[in-house]
Design a protein around this ligand. Structure first.
Ligand code: C5P
Length: 316
């Protein structure tokens, strides 16, 4: 009987504790001040050597995820293979748990997991610094998805500085029954700025700055101060596009969350809670209120994707 070698990788989602959005640059991206936290809501990516590149998607969040070469995990495999002069013969299976179009970098997590997983499958030994450059080519959030932990991201979000974290934080993530497209939310923010006669280009708006209050609260493990400092510039934009998100935010805070915040460009809402017990109460209230499609309990920070080798017996 033959042995089949696979690599499995758990790839965490992120929440932005701060998302400051500056003006649009000439390349179409916006200058950001982003404080990322990797959380324990994860996809699992399994990579197995095969004749050609093939993607399958399963799990509770699989609906709407492309199972072909357009999937960002497949693009990550192709990019790494090209860089190393290899044939991208890999079967990629994504067990999807991170909400799609949820602002939690689910696609970026899968891309980061695929990079780490192929590095291990092909025994390339590239390590994080080399994978980081490929990650930035794949998308603005992929470098952080590769790094994990907590970090400040500037530029379009890809230039990272590691941040210290004093204590584990507990979260509930309420998914919406719909997604929000990141380009659409950025475009709506620009439309609002222009119609209010405000500057909207990167030349017209100073680059947004890292929130010192938030960084200090994170380092001190002061959850109350952290709750006060959470801020996302895209929240008013997303709630104007989908006013039902306001009801979700209110339900979570009424149920005892310390604060609620839109995840990235939405449509998931994150709630910071004092502990795991409170997380369960808030998740139950959110579910029974009907203001969300599902509620996930998680904590952070967690490390970035780590490969795990699996040997099975049977046909490849
Ligand atoms: O980099 P990524 O492909 O993930 O970005 C998706 C889209 O999000 C971009 O095409 C752009 O519309 C928007 N975006 C942006 N500014 C950023 C990051 C993303 O406008 N800093």
């Amino acid at each position: 009987m033959s042995h089949v070698r696979s690599i499995a990788v758990r790839a965490p989602a992120k929440v932005n504790l701060q998302l400051g959005v500056g003006g649009r640059r000439d390349d179409g991206y916006h200058e950001l001040a982003s404080i990322f936290l990797a959380v324990s809501l994860c996809d699992r990516i399994t990579l197995t050597a095969a004749d050609e590149l093939r993607v399958t998607v399963g799990g509770p969040g699989a609906v709407g995820v492309p199972a072909d070469g357009s999937n960002i995990a497949a693009r990550a495999v192709e990019l790494l293979a090209k860089k190393c002069g290899l044939h991208p013969g890999v079967r990629v299976h994504i067990d999807k748990h991170i909400p799609v179009q949820g602002g939690m970098a689910g696609g970026s997590a899968d891309a980061a997991g695929a990079l780490v997983g192929c590095d291990a499958l092909w025994k390339l030994g590239l390590g994080r610094p080399e994978l980081m450059a490929l990650a930035a080519e794949l998308g603005s959030d992929v470098p952080f998805s590769l790094q994990g932990g907590a970090a400040f991201g500037s530029g379009r979000g890809e230039r990272l500085t590691v941040l210290p974290v004093g204590a584990t934080t507990h979260w509930v993530f309420a998914t919406a029954g719909f997604g929000l497209s990141t380009p659409a939310v950025f475009a709506e923010q620009e439309r609002r700025r222009r119609s209010a006669g405000r500057p909207w280009t990167a030349r017209g708006i100073p680059s947004p700055r890292m929130s010192r209050k938030l960084v200090d609260a994170l380092a001190a493990g002061d959850t109350g101060a952290l709750a006060d400092a959470l801020h996302n510039d895209l929240e008013p934009v997303a709630t104007s596009m989908r006013p039902d998100l306001t009801a979700t935010l209110r339900t979570g805070t009424d149920a005892g969350a310390l604060a609620g915040i839109l995840c990235g460009s939405g449509a998931t809402v994150g709630f910071l809670v004092s502990d795991g017990h409170r997380a369960r109460t808030v998740a139950e209230e959110l579910l029974s209120s009907g203001t969300c499609a599902s509620a996930h309990i998680a904590c952070g920070p967690v490390p970035g994707p780590e490969p795990e080798e699996i040997i099975t017996t049977g046909e490849n």
